[in-house]
Design a protein around this ligand. Structure first.
Ligand code: TAP
Length: 454
């Protein structure tokens, strides 16, 4: 068995060594999940709900530990990491209401009675990226378990620690071992078995658009169900009639949160030309004021990038020729640090304005009018999120309807609430997670007709 050395990205110190699951071990785990499925789906709705609530309580009791693990493994700020652990608890509690509400329909038909049932799929697999290890895991496993499926989950190789702990907490809460298994390992090994092993009935994938396309193609061979949450290049559109002070003060947190390693990061700021100079004047102190440093300190607002390799990728976008307007600060020395950086490319053809850099780099570009803003926001093949800053409610609604993205916010940068749907248009994904309907994506509708004829 090979293992992986987990590195603290803020210090570059080795935290722990984690064994990597092999392809054979993955198949064994899938077989166990399959064998556990009939008993799990037969657990009465009330008991399944109770087990999920107990799991939520176990997470609640471990929030500080989970948060510290994420600070150490992923460099998330302690404030964010506590929110992320709390999100797992909330998502479990929210979907604990589902087993008792998997309600079918009675549809009027001649000659009998027609019923529909929401049947679980069987073994569901969840593949998680390194940028939000806890919430993204929970968005998959909570509704999947609630619907009566058994789950195999693969955290990103770089960030397995909180997922391993969540697996332990599930067992402590009384969820049978084979019903929810966490398999740390490589995407090309464990993730690939999830796609290829026919006993897995669904792949829930969050990650890059490139790998998502491969997963979708692989799943096609078995018509395997798939949900994809992929990349984004999200526009923050600031109209001249907006509260410019507030728009500028909030803009850094719409992109630099989690060091920009967020599929919803508003990494393209589109500013109406007549307000551009004023906005940039206000943006500079806001960017320079972002507190970058030790993620374990309460006051820190931005930590390091996840790895040396990722830092290299982000750094490759900035050279001495880059149109850098201004930058914030970052610690020197050990750790994968990169300062908040504002660039002003001449247009959307520049990779700074069109690539998902996935780091603390934001491009600011001018637009002329409303039509122009919508066209520019839609220039990308992505379509995940975005923001609109204006005081004109009609415009806010028109632009919200015009932008081709799954999650928009007006006069804020919020994307994720566990009780509202989340997901992407175009190449940002397929399907929706969270919200009242997420459980539907983990069931098949079965139609049964019962003849009443003599
Ligand atoms: P990826 O490289 O795509 O990795 C995501 C996950 O897929 C990891 O667990 C990875 O495993 C696994 N994987 C890699 N190759 C695979 C394969 N051939 N078969 C099955 N699984 C495979 O993405 P990343 O770099 O970790 O994450 C960043 C990307 O995720 C960004 O593009 C970001 O926008 C996107 N993202 C999207 C969302 C939503 S909700 N739309 C949320 C977060 C992130 P290993 O890396 O462990 O080998």
């Amino acid at each position: 068995m090979t293992s992986f050395a987990v590195i603290n990205p803020a210090t570059e110190e080795v935290v722990r060594s984690v064994a990597l699951t092999s392809a054979e071990e993955t198949d064994t785990a899938i077989a166990r999940a399959r064998a556990a499925f009939p008993a799990w789906r037969a657990v009465s709705p009330g008991d399944r709900a109770r087990l999920l609530r107990r799991f939520a309580d176990a997470v609640e009791g471990d929030i500080e530990n989970l948060a510290q693990l994420e600070v150490t493994n992923s460099g998330h700020t302690i404030g964010n990491a506590r929110w992320e652990a709390g999100n797992v608890r909330d998502v479990l509690n929210y979907y604990s209401a589902s087993p008792e509400r998997l309600i079918g329909k009675q549809i009027p038909v001649p000659g009998g009675v027609n019923l529909t049932f929401a049947e679980p799929l069987g073994v569901v697999s969840v593949i998680v990226p390194w940028n939000f290890p806890m919430p993204i895991a929970g968005w998959g496993f909570a509704p999947a378990l609630a619907a009566g499926n058994t789950v195999v989950l693969k955290p990103a190789e770089l960030t397995p620690l909180t997922a391993i702990r969540l697996g332990e907490l599930a067992r402590e809460a009384g969820i049978p071992e084979d019903v929810f298994q966490v398999l740390p390992g490589k995407g090309s090994v464990v993730g690939q078995r999830f796609v290829d092993n026919p006993a897995v009935r669904k792949v829930v994938f969050t990650g890059s658009t490139e790998v998502g396309k491969q997963i979708m193609a692989g799943c096609a061979a078995q018509v395997k169900r798939v949900t994809l949450e992929l990349g984004g290049k999200n526009a923050n559109i600031v109209f001249a009639d907006a509260d410019l002070e507030k728009a500028a003060a909030r803009a850094p947190y719409g992109v630099f949160d989690n060091a920009g390693q967020d599929c919803c990061a508003r990494s393209l700021i589109l500013v109406q030309a007549s307000a551009y100079d004023k906005f940039m004047e206000l943006l500079e102190p806001a960017v320079k004021g972002v507190v970058v440093g030790d993620p374990g300190l309460e006051a820190t607002e931005m930590g390091p990038l996840i790895s040396a390799q990722h830092k290299q990728k982000v750094s490759s976008y900035i050279s001495s020729d880059s149109p850098v307007a201004f930058r914030g600060s970052a610690p020197e020395g050990d750790g994968f640090w990169f300062p908040p950086t504002v660039v002003t490319p001449s247009g959307l053809q520049d990779p700074l304005a069109s690539d998902e850099i996935f780091g603390p780099v934001v491009a600011v570009v001018r637009f002329e009018d409303e039509a122009d803003a919508v066209k520019m926001a839609n220039h990308t093949e992505y379509g995940l999120s975005g923001s609109i800053w204006t005081r004109d409610v009609g415009r806010a609604l028109r632009v919200s309807r015009g932008v081709e993205a799954g999650n928009l916010s007006v006069n804020s940068h919020s994307s994720v609430r566990y009780w509202t749907p989340f997901g992407g248009f175009k190449q940002s994904g397929l399907g929706r997670e969270l919200g009242p309907d997420a459980v539907d994506a983990f069931t098949e509708t079965k139609n049964v007709f019962i003849s009443t004829e003599e």
